[in-house]
Every structure is written in structure tokens, then in C-alpha cells.
Design a protein around this ligand. Structure first.
Ligand code: DGJ
Length: 696
């Protein structure tokens, strides 16, 4: 809902639980009024009437108050917008009107000297407290080009509090999205990526709380960016303790684009959410919003998949994949994915990337025969691709060495023996479109795992007068290619992967069906990765595989099938072990786990998620609730001193109802489950269980 008042210069956007208010002063300063619990029009007018803070020598009365601080004028805080032309630097805008259309508010400003038209967009939907913000910048003049050094999607202003705490999700390869919290101090805390992709190092999300929010109580502010290239989020605490969070594409202020007259830049969305339900309440609100408005086809359940990577690596053949597929079908897998090595001369990571036609030695009749066999086994068929890359040893690179990002006369860095194509180039995109369209038309492919296995290093674009736009335009090119493929092949599902979780963000989630969370498939390490992931993203997109024990990919840790399955059932279950090495007993056990997962899948993938206990060495547990159905996944890392692990106090339960455990038949009272909890019976090391309850 959008309200306008105060002689038309104050706006309030409201969702189910929260409001957001802003005000335009007589001097056309757009100041922030409120973000938090719902307020009335009278509250907003009272806030607008308060005016600026008292004058303080050497400080700006605008800093920390503006909805979208620009460069120039009496401001010293980090600007969200920085533009220049040959002659003009900075922005002096005048207000040019506003529009409220459905759930979107647009405020327009112009700066005639620079030829700039700027629109701030706000969208708050009726069913969510998430506010989507972005900007569009247009060169409306006739004069010289307008260079966008920086154009953040939004600046978020927090209310004044004594002390803020910052939560972030940091990581690296095979150790993504681990939650850390720290006190926010004066100055600026910057997270981001200068790697060309979202990166394993940080999910583009921050959360701030000031009064010791807990998992289920207290105010939490969160901001998340929808962009899959380099990015920056800055959390700035000013000298008067005001806190502002700016975020957008690009790590530096070194230039996003150069707009010629008539051209427009649209920033990614930087979404914000206030919740009074603690970190858990905030997560559930983020999840619901993504399921309803971001993830395509989110109402459909994701199938149990098998992925061949850990089992067969680069040494694959049609018969060997078929043998795996038969075993996968036998345990109940619904989607069989051939990961890597099916194309070109891809017998190691040194060759083949770029040549997206089946390797004739391995698949003499293409992929169609295997795909049909897989379909005959009752499964869907999927393949792995990495379209943005080439190996130097590929037909594509031999034909088009100029298509990769490079600086003339400089070394072409080969991380993982590969180079990055320049998807900002139309000819490169057209070529990839033809290759991938032909591939998807050549065999009944249902699923594509789209990987990206190295960062940008030599982001040059010889011949392009404004080469730094590559950082922006490559990502837009990637989005455009993916969108085009999705439109042409609507039955094909896509997974975003980047060496595990290196490309997970709201931008890519708007055009993929799930993400590969991490290359770390150790079921214990995974608990922390998944705990962090769930702060922002729903289980419905979080792919998790059961692989071999000892763990092949990372650490050689031994764990039971039970522990591996319960850990992976927290998201979209997959299996990635070498099933040809599994005993009949293991396959039978796996079949039972897959069957159980399919039973709980509606609750896990579409229910509300409660983190009952974080993985901190002892008992951890996640609960999912959908209507009267409850599922608890409980995992014990290590039992200490022979003590019984603590009872799990459940959430989202009706205190007045009774619940039947579907496995034991025992009836539990809702009030007891909520206030005293449920014992899991777990003991020893790496033990795990699934508890299913149904309201009676
Ligand atoms: C990195 C991915 O994260 C893995 O799952 C696998 O697909 C390999 N690439 C294949 O090269």
C-alpha cells in the first residue's frame, strides 16, 4: 500500500507488518523518515515536521538522512550516485514528479547540467515486508556522454540506536556462506566481490540488529542485492551514529557504463526487509518473498537428482553413465545429471571448454541415446555446461582468440586452465546461443547445470572505447543468454553453480531453479554452510548431495549413510556418490532415505523453516512446518560426557493441539513441544534422525 500526504511530498509504503516513509523537503532533499513497524500517516507527518538534526561544526545535516545521497554539495558520507561528463561532475537534482502504480512508487529527478534523469523505484508488495529498490539513470541531454562512475541501487537508513551488530555470510571455495556477527563500529564496513561473479567470499546480504535480537525475537534489518557480477555493500556508521547501507553493482567507483544521449542504466534490485521476529522471522519472510516473487516456478517441487561429478570426474563413457543411471533409478532418483567431460576433447580440465558438442569417442551418437535410456528408467536427464569459459585447447579458442577477456600485450591468465569469454560482445552471445540452443534441441535434455569456475582477472576488451563496461555488460549478457534459452526451452530447468556457491544471489535466482550450494559435500561441514545459506535463501533452491564415505572431495571424513542423508535432506536432496561401489545393503538403505525424503519434501521445500539449534559442535536441528505437518532434521556432531543431548523446543506449533509422531505413533502435546521440547534419542558421534509430526 502506498500513501501520499504532507502537501504531496511525503510517502508511506506499508506491507503486512512494516512501513517505510520518505519525505521531500522544500529544497528537494529526499530524506528518510522511517523503516520499521507500521506507522500511520500522522506519524509520518510528525516525523517530517521534525526537520534536520542540529547544526554541528564540520558535519553535514544531510549525511545519514538521505534516501539516495549523490556526490557533490554539503555531503561527506559515501554517495550512492557518482556521475560525470566531460565538463560536469556530481549531481544537483530537481524533483520532477512521482507516480504510484500498483505496488511501485517512482520518484523522478533531473539534473539539466549533466543531462541526467534519475528515477528511484520502490516496490512493496501486499503479501511481503520486503521492499525492492532500484534506480534507473537516463542520459536525457544532447551533450557529451554521461559516465556512471557509480549508481547504487539504494541507500538504506537505519533508525538511531545505541549500538548495532552486523551479521554477514562469509566464505571461500568449499566453505561458503558461514554466518558471523560482529559489533558495528564507526566508519565503513565493506563487503563485495571484485571477481566478476558474486563470489564465494560473501553472499550479498547483511543483517543488522541493535537490541540483541535472537533467533525468534527482536528487530532485524536485512538487505540483499540481486546481482551476479562484482558488487559492493557498504555499511557506514557516521559520527552521530547514523547508519546507512548502500549497495549496487561494481566494487569500485571506477565506472559502470558510459551513457550516450537516450541510453538508460537500470541498477539491480537491492532489497530490504525489517522483521520483528528475530533472525528466524526475517529468514522466513525472505524465503516467502523469494518463493512468491523471485524464483521461477517455485511452487513446483524440485526432483531428487543424481550428479556424476564426484563419481566419474573427467573419465566418463556412455556405458559407465548408464550403469550409474540404473543404480540411481533403483534408489528412487528422479533426475540424472552427467556432470562435465561429455563434450569436446574434455578428458581433463585442460581441454574442451567452449566446444559444446558431444565427444564422439564417448558419445558416438550424441547425447540422445543416453538421455532416452535415462528417460526409459523413469528419470529426467540433465547435463553440465560452463558456457562463459574456454580452454586454450579448444576449437572455439583456436578460431576466436579475440573473444576472451584480455588486455593486449599482457598475460592471459589461466585459472583452472581456462579463460573467460567476453559475454558483453554480441557475437560471443550469439555464438553461445546457437551452440546451446542446438545442444538442447539435439537431445531430450531436462536440466542444465550452468557452472562458472574462475574469476575475472584480465577484464580487457580491446577495441572498445569504454572497456570497463565489460564488468557490467558481461553479467547482463549472461542474464540475456540465460533468459533467451529459458524462453526457447521452457521445459528445461537450470541450476546456478560457480565452483559450488560462487554465484548465488537474488539476480541469478530470478532466472534459475536451484543453486549448487557448495563443492563441500562433507555432511558435517555442510551444516554450517546450510545454516548460513538459510539466513536468506529457502531450502527449495539449496541443492545438497549425499556422496561417498570417506568423503572424496575434501576431507576423507567417514560418516554413516544416515548422517549424510539427514544432512542433505535439509534442501533439495541429491546423490553424488559412486553408486557402482555401494553395496546392496547401502543401496537398499539409500532407497529408504530417498523414499522418506519424497514424503517430507513438500514440507521441506515449501514449508516455513525454523533453525532450532545452530551447528556448534553438539546437537543442531532444523524444523519445517507446513500446515499441520512438521518435520525436524536433528544431527548430533558429538555427544560429550555421556550426557543426553538437550530436548528440541519446537516452533510454529499449535500449543492447543496434539501431534502424532508418524514413525513411533507417540502423541505429543503442542504446549509441551513448544515449552519443554522433544528428545531426539541421538547419541555418540555423527548421529542423526528425522522426526515427522502431524497435528491430530
Ligand atoms: C565445479 C562444480 O562445483 C562441481 O560440482 C562440478 O560441476 C565441477 N565444477 C565440474 O567441473
Amino acid at each position: 500500500m502506498i500513501e501520499n500526504m504532507g502537501k504531496g511530498r511525503t510517502w508511506v509504503l506499508s506491507g503486512p507488518e512494516s512501513s517505510y516513509a520518505l519525505h521531500l523537503t522544500d529544497a528537494d532533499e529526499l530524506v528518510h523518515l522511517h523503516w520499521g513497524a507500521r506507522i500511520t500517516a500522522a506519524d509520518a507527518e510528525a516525523l517530517a515536521a521534525q526537520g534536520p538534526p542540529p547544526y554541528w561544526p564540520f558535519e553535514s545535516q544531510l549525511d545519514g538522512r538521505e534516501e539516495y545521497p549523490v556526490e557533490g554539495g554539503p555531503r561527506f558520507a559515501r554517495p550512492a550516485l557518482s556521475v560525470r561528463t566531460e565538463d560536469v561532475r556530481g549531481t544537483e537534482w530537481v524533483f520532477d514528479g512521482w507516480v504510484a502504480e500498483d505496488d511501485e512508487l517512482r520518484l523522478r529527478f533531473t539534473d539539466a547540467l549533466a543531462g541526467l534523469g534519475l528515477t528511484l523505484h520502490y516496490r512493496m508488495r501486499d503479501d511481503s515486508d520486503v521492499i525492492e529498490r532500484w534506480v534507473t539513470v537516463v542520459h536525457e541531454g544532447t551533450g557529451p556522454a554521461l559516465e556512471l562512475l557509480r549508481a547504487d541501487a539504494a541507500a538504506w537508513t537505519l533508525p538511531m540506536r545505541d549500538a548495532w551488530r552486523l551479521s554477514q555470510l562469509h566464505g571461500r571455495w568449499a566453505a561458503e556462506s558461514r554466518l558471523v556477527r560482529s559489533a558495528l563500529t564507526y566508519g565503513e564496513k565493506i563487503i563485495g566481490s571484485r571477481r566478476g561473479h558474486t563470489g564465494h567470499q560473501h553472499l550479498p546480504w547483511v543483517a543488522l540488529d541493535a537490541e540483541g535480537a535472537t533467533e525468534e525475537r527482536g528487530e532485524v534489518y536485512g538487505c540483499a542485492l540481486g546481482w551476479s557480477g562484482s558488487w559492493r555493500i557498504s555499511v557506514q556508521q557516521l559520527p552521530d551514529k547514523a547508519v546507512q547501507i548502500t549497495g549496487g553493482a561494481g566494487h569500485d567507483d571506477s565506472g559502470l557504463l558510459r551513457l550516450e544521449p537516450g541510453q538508460t542504466y537500470t541498477s539491480p534490485v537491492f532489497a530490504g526487509l525489517w522483521s520483528d521476529g528475530g533472525f528466524g522471522g526475517a529468514s522466513r519472510a525472505w524465503h516467502a518473498w523469494q518463493l512468491a516473487h523471485v524464483i521461477p516456478g517455485a511452487q513446483e517441487a524440485r526432483p531428487v537428482l543424481y550428479n556424476s561429478w564426484e563419481a566419474t570426474g573427467f573419465d566418463i563413457s556412455e556405458q559407465q553413465q548408464l550403469a550409474l543411471a540404473r543404480r540411481a533409478a533403483g534408489i528412487g532418483v528422479e533426475l540424472f545429471v552427467v556432470d562435465d567431460a561429455w563434450f569436446g576433447r574434455r578428458t581433463s580440465d585442460r581441454a574442451g571448454l567452449g566446444d559444446w558438442t558431444p565427444n564422439p569417442d564417448r558419445f558416438p551418437d550424441g547425447l540422445a541415446p543416453l538421455a532416452r535410456e535415462v528417460h526409459g528408467l523413469g528419470m529426467r536427464f540433465g547435463i553440465w555446461v560452463e558456457p562463459e569459459m574456454v580452454n586454450a585447447d579448444s576449437d572455439l579458442y583456436r578460431a576466436h582468440p579475440d573473444w576472451v577477456q584480455h588486455h593486449p600485450g599482457r598475460v592471459r591468465t589461466e585459472f583452472r586452465n581456462q579463460l573467460v569469454l567476453n559475454l558483453a560482445r554480441e557475437d560471443v552471445r550469439d555464438h553461445l546461443w546457437e551452440q546451446l540452443d542446438a545442444l538442447l534441441s539435439s537431445a531430450p535434455v531436462d536440466y542444465v547445470k550452468w557452472d562458472f569456475n574462475r574469476c575475472f582477472t584480465d577484464a580487457g576488451w580491446p577495441g572498445e572505447p569504454y572497456p570497463q563496461k565489460l564488468w557490467t555488460c558481461h553479467v547482463e549478457g549472461f542474464y540475456a543468454l540465460l533468459d533467451r534459452l529459458r524462453a526457447a526451452h521452457p521445459g528445461v530447468a537450470f541450476e546456478s553453480c560457480s565452483g559450488g556457491g560462487g554465484r548465488i544471489d537474488l539476480g541469478v535466482l530470478g532466472r534459475t531453479d536451484q543453486v549448487w550450494t557448495s563443492d563441500n559435500t562433507d555432511p558435517l561441514d555442510r551444516l554450517a554452510v546450510q545454516h548460513g545459506f538459510s539466513q536468506l535463501h529457502p531450502a527449495r533452491v539449496m541443492a545438497a548431495w549425499v556422496t561417498d564415505s570417506p568423503n572424496v572431495q575434501l576431507n576423507g571424513r567417514r560418516s554413516s549413510l544416515r548422517f549424510r542423508f539427514v544432512s542433505a535432506m535439509a534442501g533439495v536432496l541429491g546423490v553424488g556418490g559412486d553408486l557402482t561401489g555401494w553395496s546392496e545393503a547401502e543401496l537398499a538403505e539409500a532407497r529408504d532415505w530417498v523414499r522418506l525424503y519424497k514424503e517430507i519434501r513438500p514440507v521441506v521445500q515449501h514449508g516455513e523453516l525454523y533453525r532450532l539449534r545452530a551447528p556448534e559442535g553438539g546437537l543442531s536441528a532444523v524444523q519445517y512446518v507446513r500446515g499441520g505437518e512438521t518435520v525436524v532434521l536433528a544431527l548430533l556432531e558429538a555427544q560429550r560426557y555421556g550426557e543426553r543431548p538437550p530436548a528440541l523446543r519446537l516452533r510454529g506449533i499449535d500449543p492447543a493441539a496434539a501431534y502424532e509422531c508418524l514413525d513411533t505413533g507417540v502423541v505429543h502435546q503442542g504446549g509441551v513441544l513448544l515449552h519443554h521440547g522433544l528428545h531426539t534419542g541421538l547419541k555418540g558421534d555423527l548421529d542423526a534422525t528425522v522426526i515427522r509430526l502431524r497435528r491430530m
